[in-house]
Design a protein around this ligand. Structure first.
Ligand code: S3P
Length: 179
């Protein structure tokens, strides 16, 4: 039984700069599925940008909004399927969210890269405001070290260093098609 025959959907997880959005779009395009970016869903529901949410309400409130939108997205996926969903860097690192995803049995793929590369990619994308980047190098190293083992609990890990977005999307697609 292919991984696709259970539920035609996949969640992409990983640290900021992993390429979840870019790979997700390419993969959705390739599979002719819907693409959903959880950060966009949060912004739409809150009618504020992620940066504004962090500033006005703090990280704790942001995490509540994030979990709520994840639940909504899961309900939609269970009803409609055919979606690639890019999560935020912290979504899968919250135990409650990871448990919900496990229960859903929708495959979760971790896009992996070394921290230096992730930070380089974030710097190359200044238009995407990421409030956690303001915490600086040491705090980010600690966050990365804390989160990486949690991401590794995903159903599959794809190394992204030195690969193009279509290459990574192709690897995820092949993994999904495997028996
Ligand atoms: C976050 C990552 C961001 C966004 C928010 C918090 C995190 O998403 O959800 O700024 O906790 O790592 P990206 O990973 O898409 O940048």
């Amino acid at each position: 039984m292919s991984r696709l025959s259970h539920r035609r959907a996949v969640f992409l997880v990983g640290f900021m700069g992993a390429g979840k959005t870019a790979v997700g779009r390419a993969l959705a395009n390739h599979l002719k599925w819907r693409f959903v970016d959880l950060d966009d869903e949060i912004e739409r529901a809150a009618k504020r940008s992620i940066a504004e949410i962090f500033k006005a309400r703090g990280e704790t409130d942001f995490r509540k909004l994030e979990s709520r939108e994840l639940r909504r997205t899961l309900e939609r996926v269970e009803n409609e399927g055919a979606a690639v969903i890019a999560l935020g860097g912290g979504t899968f690192a919250q135990a409650e969210n990871a448990e919900k995803l496990r229960q859903s049995r929708v495959p979760v793929v971790f896009l992996d890269a070394p921290l230096e590369e992730l930070l380089r990619r974030c710097q190359a994308e200044p238009e995407r405001v990421r409030p956690l980047l303001d915490r600086g190098g040491e705090a980010l190293s600690i966050l990365y070290a804390e989160r990486r083992p949690l991401y590794l609990a995903a159903d599959a890990t794809v190394q992204t260093l030195g690969k193009s977005i279509p290459e990574v999307a192709g690897e995820v697609a092949r993994w999904l098609m495997q028996d």
